[in-house]
Design a protein around this ligand. Structure first.
Ligand code: CO
Length: 513
């Protein structure tokens, strides 16, 4: 395996590249909503970088001092950086969900969170309260002329892309009904521009519904499939003909949730004795679903998938298991070294070998018998998360993959670096913000009018613990060994976010234009 080429600064960072107390401060709430031109810029914002970056993530980690139990329960806050002619404008607004407005008015926690946030007053105050707060905190996309804040267990919220004002729940021209889920991980087909998304209705057997829209937002297909067992599925991947899911081996015991003792996600238990199930659903609703069992593991995010002949190749970030979320735990005290890292694996799924285990000509079993027609190979052992590819390569054979990564080559640690993998040559590059910086998902923006897959920029919001502020790093995706093209220092920090996207449309603040 080739060694990393390190951006020169990274070589001077001590082996333990982070400080847990400094890392924690990136989880402080940001209560203010800002709106300003960014004037503290190191380097130069590329003149041909035009458009708008939207980020979503938990903005509040407390309600009036009452602590949110887990960041996944925090109210969604959109951060927006709009680029035009070498300048950039920042603004942020909370999504005015029903729950956000009620809790802000009351000044206290009124809803239980899926990840264990409880109302004050112990289990008696929480028992039998099964109301769900749609926190709209996971992703934000501008698509079909709509800006949508997404959370996987409920409908999207629609926002005004200029002002980030919340316009209300969005039903996609009647495709969704009140209470319907709509995953926070839609995929936009790199060839056709179609948007494919899914929703999960978990139960003893679970229902996966697939939605496919044309680029204007018109529904093309909607089809539902039942899979055996409880499904906790956050993400999926697409190819021109298939949607691919990993059904993680988890069980759900709702009793402690109903009784007010635990949040719903705290009732999910990983079961390493059960296989992970690969669910392959053709995008053509007339074709049958396929299921494959593989060794147990847990996946939040898939990087990409593509087809070659009768095979599907799927690249996913896998964990040995899903750590339980415990009621008495504090996420801020996370012992990174005690957890297994996410690592990138490639799965090769032979569509013609659905039942029999793969065998070598000599008759010896080549793969475990429970992995019929599935081969796997580790592509990256460094702790990594938040994969991104050039948007034109979604569902297509591709060469370059970008991810958030740990600074150190082994072990589990906070994400402080961005790694670029060349899947053709096996070489990789790393830009590290350690020891003071903590990165977020790298959003790839193609340079206009170019065909080269890695010709563009990576935009990553970095929490700078030295300043307790955040900056946006603009990296030249062609060469991460170079220093960032620009660092745009914000006046404040942005709490660690989840996902976001870029649109070439300019949505700077109307007020400041
Ligand atoms: Co996600």
């Amino acid at each position: 395996m080739q060694s990393f080429q390190l951006y020169e600064h990274a070589a001077t960072v001590p082996v333990t590249s982070y400080n847990a107390q400094e890392w924690q401060r990136g989880y402080e709430s940001v209560k203010q909503e800002y709106d300003y031109w960014i004037d503290d810029v190191e380097g130069e914002i590329p003149a041909d970088l035009n458009g708008t970056l939207f980020r979503n993530g938990p903005g509040l980690l407390d309600i009036n001092g009452q602590r949110i139990h887990h960041p996944f329960d925090g109210d969604g806050m959109i951060a927006k950086i709009a680029f035009k002619d070498g300048r950039a404008h920042f603004s942020n607004r909370f999504v005015r969900t029903k729950g956000y407005q009620e809790e802000q008015a009351a000044g206290r926690i009124l809803y239980r969170g899926v990840f264990g946030t409880q109302k004050p007053g112990g289990w008696l105050a929480n028992a039998f309260d099964l109301r769900q707060k749609n926190i709209a905190n996971t992703n934000v996309i501008y698509w079909g002329d709509k800006l949508l804040a997404l959370w996987e267990a409920a409908e999207p919220y629609r926002l005004d892309p200029y002002t980030l004002e919340t316009l209300g729940l969005e039903y996609l021209d009647g495709v969704l009904e009140p209470g319907d889920a709509f995953s926070a991980h839609p995929r936009i087909d790199g060839k056709t521009g179609r948007l494919v998304n899914f929703s999960i209705k978990p139960g003893l057997s679970s229902t996966i519904t697939i939605y496919e829209f044309d680029p204007s937002g018109k529904l093309l297909t909607k089809h539902a499939h039942s899979v055996p067992g409880f499904a906790f599925i956050h993400d999926f991947a697409i190819t021109p003909n298939y949607c691919i899911f990993f059904q993680n081996p988890v069980t759900f015991n709702p009793l402690p949730f109903v009784l007010g003792l635990r949040g719903a996600a705290e009732c999910i238990k990983f079961n390493s004795n059960k296989p992970t199930q690969i669910v392959i659903i053709p995008r053509n609703p007339k074709q049958p679903m396929q299921l494959r069992e593989i060794q147990a593991g847990f996946v939040f995010h898939h990087a990409n998938a593509f087809e070659q002949g009768d095979k599907i190749y799927l690249d996913s970030i896998c964990y040995e298991s899903l750590p339980s979320v415990e009621p008495e735990s504090d996420y801020r005290q996370t012992d990174f070294e005690a957890l297994s890292p996410g690592q990138l694996w490639r799965f090769e799924i032979d569509l013609n070998r659905s039942q029999a285990p793969a065998r070598e000509p000599g008759g010896r079993s080549q793969a475990p018998a429970r992995e019929p027609g599935v081969q796997r190979q580790m592509l990256e052992s460094r702790c990594c998360e938040f994969p991104w590819v050039n948007p034109t390569k979604v569902g297509q054979p591709y060469r370059y993959l970008y991810m958030g990564a740990a600074h150190a080559p082994s072990g589990n640690a906070p994400l402080q670096a961005i790694v670029k993998l060349d899947l053709n040559s096996g070489s990789r590059q790393l830009w590290s913000a350690a020891p003071k910086g903590y990165v977020s998902e790298p959003v790839f923006v193609p340079r206009p009018e170019t065909e080269n897959e890695d010709d563009g920029w990576l935009l990553t919001l970095v929490y700078d613990s030295a300043q307790h502020r955040s900056y946006l790093a603009i990296l030249d995706a062609r060469d991460l060994n170079r220093a960032p093209v620009a660092r745009l220092h914000l006046k404040h920090h942005v709490p660690y976010g989840l996902h976001g996207s870029f649109t070439p449309d300019w949505f700077g603040s109307l007020r400041s234009q």
